[in-house]
Design a protein around this ligand. Sequence first.
Ligand SMILES: [Zn+2]
Length: 84
Amino acid sequence: MKEEWKERIVCATECSRCHGKLDRRILSVYDHFVICMECKEKEEGRPDYDEVSKNMIRQCLVDTEREYGDPGDFCYHHFYPYTC
Ligand SMILES: [Zn+2]
């Protein structure tokens, strides 16, 4: 699972939503896919975004801490944009 995440987030070349080219990117709190900042803005406009993101981060920290002991890496990419 960790390998899969890393592979997906480290150097994706296109947004999984709009297929635009990625520069700064961030992860979706809905499905953990890599998306561009424009798509993130749209995601943040969804009415359930706050609730979904809170649940996601809580679950993410629990899961990754238990299994890998290093949750920050992955979980916070849902909130802090990063580049390849
Ligand atoms: Zn996009």
